[in-house]
Write a protein that binds this ligand. Structure first.
Ligand code: URA
Length: 210
């Protein structure tokens, strides 16, 4: 972590879409790298048929360098298990590869990425999609949905039951695991969790590998 972190807001205006870094670790296409420990790329087999896309690494992921290894990842593992889909069968990544945060007390709290940062990081998501060529994509939450199916008017709630596509690839939509963890009441937490399980089950059927 940077010893003297600037506020995350400072990073928003440092967008340089003309940079085409070859390695994720060298990415300076936006300013989020400044306050992150490291970039966190996607993980999974190159032959994975299902791609899961979250928002951005959280505190634990930023430190570990792997996606979905913190509390949201534990919930995702539970959803994968309930859906009967092995974590080995999926490729897991995020729309944004650096952790954006702000200090609250001593804790680094998640801060939502700006539209320009999501767009700048689309450079990497595009490469992952080209490499993996999944049969089905699952957007976990609104940031991933916006990164995969750009349509300003499409809300996450409206997208939930729809048949969306990115090119020819079906895009299924679910709530983000963090929302399923933090939603105020148990019913909405359970309902959000179920959208993830359902999307995984459907993806398993569509990919021919439940
Ligand atoms: N939330 C995300 O969207 N991705 C992670 O990797 C962890 C938490």
């Amino acid at each position: 972590m940077n010893a003297h972190p600037r506020s995350a807001d400072d990073a928003d205006d440092e967008i340089d879409p003309d940079q085409h870094p070859r390695k994720l670790a060298d990415c300076r296409r936006c300013g989020l790298w400044r306050n992150a420990t490291q970039a966190v790329g996607g993980e999974g087999k190159r032959r994975a048929t299902i791609m899961l896309v979250g928002e951005q690494p959280g505190d634990k992921e930023d430190l570990a360098g792997h996606p979905f290894v913190g509390p949201a990842g534990a919930l995702l593992d539970k959803a994968l298990e309930q859906a009967g889909v092995s974590r080995d069968a999926v490729y897991i990544t995020n729309a944004v590869k650096h952790f954006k945060w702000q200090l609250r007390g001593k804790r680094r709290m998640h801060k939502s990425p700006a539209q320009a940062e999501i767009a700048a990081c689309g450079y990497w998501l595009e490469q992952e999609l080209d490499d993996i060529r999944p049969r089905v994509i699952i957007a976990l939450g609104a940031t991933a949905l916006g990164a995969l199916v750009p349509d300003r008017k499409l809300t996450l709630k409206a997208a939930l039951g729809q048949s969306l596509r990115r090119g020819n690839t079906p895009v299924l939509v679910a709530y983000h695991p963090s929302f399923a963890l933090r939603s105020p009441d148990p019913e909405s937490r359970q309902a959000a969790f179920q959208t993830i399980v359902e999307a995984l089950r459907r993806a398993g059927r569509l990919a021919g590998r439940a």
